[in-house]
Design a protein around this ligand. Structure first.
Ligand SMILES: Cc1cc2nc3c(=O)[nH]c(=O)nc-3n(C[C@H](O)[C@H](O)[C@H](O)COP(=O)(O)OP(=O)(O)OC[C@H]3O[C@@H](n4cnc5c(N)ncnc54)[C@H](O)[C@@H]3O)c2cc1C
Length: 441
């Protein structure tokens, strides 16, 4: 008998689990509340433009995510830097750069750090001094989850300048909170895996197509081609134990299943499985400011900015299909301070800032300006969050959790989501023979 698996939630975690399980020959039904797949990675049309809900980037160390894209046949849509280079603009207009050489880690960053214009020579030495200590941290040590990165950095000789011009540049983008708020365990994972353990891990990849073309649409085609059922517009209301497995109740009908993967957000999982999941992780918002300029503003594919609300700016012109002028998306993480401001106020704040850091924008009247807000973009990756992330294995055989918020050891990222989906599929594969033979009895 072929085991029937219902996967609840069609974000990257659920898509990965569903693809893996379908490949293993199981009868998979993926149930997604929204009208499309991809979860918090999606695109929409605005006139002739295709817009992403929020700029996403990856690192070469996202090995599971890149494997997932290869499985879907879309990995060639990632523009991966041959070697990491991040142009960084200071508040005073100084342009620096963080880049790597071909030397083995951690020497690959030393040259760049030694000439990093946003820090004084003394602060460059200060920053380099903390690197060996960071490399010795074990992200799996539970004691690290009780400390903040900021406290650790100050105890290791860092000052406000090194934290804001260097450490926070990475921390805010990767953990969606600043060093003072960030869990040292997750920060150690980011800095070690992403930057310090292997030289090529830090190369940055940027999607060359809209997110829906990269994730949701090819995953739908893949699942259908591999025999899986996909139900869109179908919010799961309840998951019940039944004599022979589970019943998954949607607004329209009830699906019988031998096993269930719950791959929703943490709050939805807590509603569906109140005895299994407690959602006390909290959230941190991200928003994107989208501006269309009549003429080109910059030739850079992206730019990081220190000391400005313009944290990262990306050229979205060709991805969006814009044929004239330039489309810039400014991505703002750890955005609690701004997320409730109306668009008109964000326009007043951001347009002068963009013109200040990118002088090519000065004097141009944008032809369009809009904002996409994701209030619950990631969980709050603060001290103590590690012990609050739910284990993927539940106490009920045949029921597993997935999602970037579960205990993957990775931050709330596309890589964490995909790893959780892979792990959910593996756990179920281990559990299913017993579950299905019980059904057969
Ligand atoms: C603006 C923004 C920028 C980001 N930038 C980056 C980045 O640059 N790099 C990076 O690696 N990561 C980034 N992330 C994080 C990354 O997108 C997430 O970690 C990842 O996509 C989460 O995937 P997921 O499958 O765990 O969850 P989700 O994408 O939240 O998927 C959960 C799915 O479950 C569905 N669902 C919920 N309840 C039900 C129900 N009852 N029944 C059926 N379906 C249900 C939801 O509709 C959703 O589709 C960013 C996130 C945002 C929002």
């Amino acid at each position: 008998m072929t085991a029937r698996v219902v996967v609840v939630g069609g974000g990257l975690a659920g898509l990965t689990a569903a693809c893996e399980l379908a490949d293993r020959g199981l009868a998979v039904t993926l149930v997604e509340a929204r009208a499309r797949l991809g979860g918090v990675t999606f695109s929409f049309s605005r006139g002739d433009l295709v817009v992403d809900n929020g700029q996403h980037v990856l690192l070469r160390c996202y090995t599971a995510y890149l494997d997932f894209l290869r499985r879907l046949g879309v990995a060639h849509h990632i523009e991966m830097q041959p070697r990491m280079t991040i142009p960084v603009q200071g508040a005073d207009g100084r342009l620096g750069s963080l880049s790597r050489t071909a030397l083995p880690a951690p020497l690959h960053l030393l040259g760049s750090l030694a000439t990093y214009k946003l820090l004084s020579p003394v602060d460059r030495v200060r920053a380099a001094w903390a690197v060996p200590a960071m490399r010795r941290l074990d992200p799996d040590d539970p004691r690290l989850d009780e400390q903040s990165l900021g406290d650790w950095l100050r105890a290791h000789g860092q000052n406000d300048n090194t934290i804001s011009a260097l450490w926070n540049l990475i921390t805010v983008a990767a953990l969606n909170c600043d060093a003072d708020e960030a869990s040292l365990a997750l920060a150690a994972k980011v800095f070690r895996t992403g930057l310090l353990d292997r030289s090529e891990n830090c190369d940055i990849g940027v999607p060359a197509v809209p997110l829906s073309e990269l994730h949701g649409e090819p995953a739908l085609a893949y699942l259908r081609a591999h025999g899986a059922q996909v139900r869109l517009h179908a919010a799961v209301k309840e998951i019940r134990r039944a004599d022979n497995g589970f019943e998954v109740v949607t607004g329209e009908d009830t699906l019988a299943a031998d096993a269930v993967v719950v791959a929703t957000s943490a709050d939805a999982a807590a509603r569906l499985l109140p005895d299994t999941v407690t959602d006390d992780l909290g959230h941190s918002p991200i928003f994107n400011v989208h501006v269309i300029f009549p003429r080109r503003v910059t030739d850079l594919p992206f730019l990081a900015v220190v000391g400005s609300p313009v944290q990262w700016a990306f050229d979205r012109t060709s991805v969006s299909g814009l044929t004239q002028g330039q489309y810039l998306a400014v991505s703002v993480s750890a955005a609690s301070e701004w997320i409730d401001l109306p668009v008109a106020r964000l326009r007043e704040l951001f347009l002068p800032e963009i013109a200040r850091v990118l002088p090519g924008a000065a004097g141009q009247v944008p032809t369009d300006f809009f904002v996409t807000k994701e209030r619950t973009a990631t969980f709050r990756q603060q001290p103590g969050s590690g012990r609050r992330r739910a284990a993927q294995r539940t106490g009920t055989p045949g029921l597993v959790l997935a999602g970037a918020w579960t205990a993957t050891g990775w931050p709330d990222t596309m890589e964490g989501a995909v790893r959780s989906g892979q792990n959910a599929a593996r756990l179920l594969s281990e559990q299913l023979p017993a579950t299905v033979s019980e059904v057969a009895r």
